[in-house]
Design a protein around this ligand. Structure first.
Ligand SMILES: Cc1ncc(COP(=O)(O)O)c(C=O)c1O
Length: 404
C-alpha cells in the first residue's frame, strides 16, 4: 500500500462529500474549519484525569503532568455548554450520544428496574430496545404508545401507561423526530409514578441549543443528553446537561473508570469551539434549519415526492419523512434502492426515508434556493443522473462552513 493511501482517501472523501455532493442525511452535519483544526490538534495526543473525577465522594488524584491547558479546556467547554443549554451542570465527557445515554441510564436506574421509550418502529432509538442497552444493564424495557397520525407520542395513553407500569425511567426523544412532545402530562405522570424523565436530544440538540423545537429541561426533563454532531454542528461526540445537583453527582460518579477513561481532549476542545459558535450563530441557524425543512417539504411535495405530514407543515425539526410505500408506487423501487439511485447523482440520503436540512443550512442554503434543489431531487428520483446539476448547485455555496 502506498504510504499516502489514507491521505489520498481523505482527499477523495473531501472532494466527494464536501465539494461534489449535497448531504441530506439528518444524522450528519459539517463542523467549522476551527472545529476541524482543534480535532487534529495536540489535545488529541494527551491524557489527563477529568476535573472533579470522583468516586463515592473521594476525589481521584490526577497522576498526569502537563495537563493545565487540557484541564482549562474541559472547564471552559463545560461553562459554554451550561450557557448554551441554560443548565446548571454540563458534562462533555461522553464520546457519543450512545455513551451519553449509557451514562444517563446507569446514573438513574439500578439492575431490575424498567425503562420505557419511543417505539423503534415509530422512529425511537434502537439502543433502548430490550436486546441492547437494557440487556447490558439488567433492565427491562417497554415502549410508549405513539400517535402515528400526528407523528408524536400519544401523550394521554403514554401518561396512563406510566401511571400503571411505574417505570424507573422514561426516555423521550427519537432518531426520527419531526414534532416536539407535549411534555407536561408526561411529567405529571412521571411525578406520580416516581419515574425520572430524561430527553435524548441526539437529533435535535442543535435546534434546542438555538432556542427552537422545545426546551426539555424547562418542560420537565431531569436530564437532557445526546450527540453533538447531528443538528448540533460540533465534532462527533456526546453531551449531558441537567439542573439537578443530585443527578449531576450520580453522573460524575459513573464517569471515570466506569464508563469512560480518556475522553479524547481534542474532541472536547472542538466541542468548546462549536459551543462558542452556537452562542453566536445558534439561534439564527436553528430558525433557518426549520424554515428550510418546511420549504423543502413543500417544494418536494409539489413535484410529486411523497413528503408526509403536509397538514402539520411537514416538520418542526431538521427532518422530513417520505412515505416509503408511496416511493415504491411512484418510482417503482423500494426505499433502499431509491437512496442508492439518489447517491448515484451525489444526493446523499438514508434508507429510513428521512431527509435532513442541517448541513445544507450550514452551507448557507435559504428558502429561495429550495425550488432549484427540489427540481434536482425530483429529476434524480425519477432515475436521471443529475450529478452535474448537483455540483452546480453545490458550487453556489462557499467552503467556509461558518453559518452566515
Ligand atoms: C435518538 C438517538 N440517540 C442516540 C444515538 C446514538 O448517538 P451516537 O451515534 O452519537 O452515539 C442516536 C444515533 O443515531 C440517536 O438517533
Amino acid at each position: 500500500m502506498k504510504n499516502t493511501y489514507f491521505l489520498d482517501m481523505m482527499r477523495a472523501q473531501e472532494k466527494w462529500r464536501l465539494e461534489d455532493s449535497i448531504n441530506l442525511l439528518p444524522s450528519e452535519n459539517m463542523s467549522s474549519p476551527q472545529v476541524r483544526a482543534l480535532l487534529s490538534s495536540d489535545f488529541g495526543h494527551r491524557y489527563t484525569l477529568p476535573i472533579n473525577a470522583e468516586y463515592a465522594g473521594e476525589f481521584m488524584e490526577n497522576s498526569y503532568r502537563g495537563t493545565k491547558l487540557t484541564t482549562e479546556v474541559e472547564l471552559k467547554a463545560e461553562e459554554c455548554a451550561k450557557q448554551v443549554f441554560k443548565a446548571k451542570h454540563a458534562c462533555v465527557q461522553p464520546m457519543g450520544g450512545h455513551i451519553a445515554a449509557m451514562i444517563t441510564i446507569v446514573s438513574t436506574t439500578k439492575r431490575g428496574d424498567t425503562l420505557c421509550a419511543i417505539p423503534p418502529e415509530n422512529g425511537g432509538y434502537d439502543g433502548y430496545g430490550q436486546s441492547y442497552i437494557p440487556d447490558i444493564l439488567g433492565l427491562s424495557s417497554f415502549t410508549l404508545p405513539f400517535d402515528n397520525g400526528a407523528y408524536t407520542l400519544d401523550t394521554e395513553a403514554a401518561a396512563v401507561a406510566i401511571r400503571q407500569k411505574k417505570p424507573r425511567l422514561v426516555i423521550l426523544g427519537a432518531s426520527l423526530i419531526l414534532f416536539p412532545y407535549d411534555m407536561k402530562p408526561v411529567k405529571e405522570a412521571c411525578e406520580e409514578a416516581g419515574s425520572t424523565l430524561v430527553y435524548d436530544g441526539s437529533h435535535v440538540m442543535g435546534l434546542i441549543a438555538g432556542g427552537e423545537f422545545q426546551r426539555p429541561l424547562k418542560e420537565g426533563a431531569d436530564i437532557l443528553y445526546g450527540s453533538t454532531h447531528k443538528s448540533f454542528f460540533g465534532p462527533q461526540g456526546g453531551l449531558i446537561v441537567t439542573d439537578s445537583d443530585a443527578m449531576n453527582a450520580e453522573i460524575r460518579k459513573n464517569l471515570t473508570w466506569r464508563i469512560v477513561d480518556n475522553v479524547h481532549w481534542n474532541r472536547v476542545a472542538a466541542l468548546g469551539q462549536a459551543l462558542l459558535e452556537f452562542q453566536k450563530f445558534g439561534p439564527a441557524y436553528a430558525k433557518q434549519v426549520i424554515r428550510n425543512s418546511r420549504r423543502l417539504g413543500k417544494e418536494l411535495k409539489e413535484r410529486g415526492v411523497p413528503i408526509m405530514f403536509e397538514e402539520q407543515g411537514f416538520s418542526s425539526s431538521h427532518q422530513l419523512l417520505m412515505d416509503a410505500k408511496e416511493i415504491r408506487a411512484i418510482y417503482g423501487v423500494g426505499i433502499n434502492d431509491f437512496s442508492v439511485r439518489l447517491e448515484k447523482s451525489n444526493l446523499i440520503i438514508d434508507s429510513v426515508a428521512r431527509l435532513g436540512t442541517s448541513e445544507i443550512t450550514r452551507l448557507g442554503v435559504k428558502e429561495k434556493h429550495l425550488p432549484e434543489l427540489a427540481d434536482i431531487f425530483a429529476e434524480a428520483a425519477s432515475g436521471k443522473n443529475v450529478k452535474k446539476k448537483v455540483k452546480a448547485f453545490r458550487d453556489q455555496f462557499q467552503m467556509d462552513f461558518r453559518f452566515r
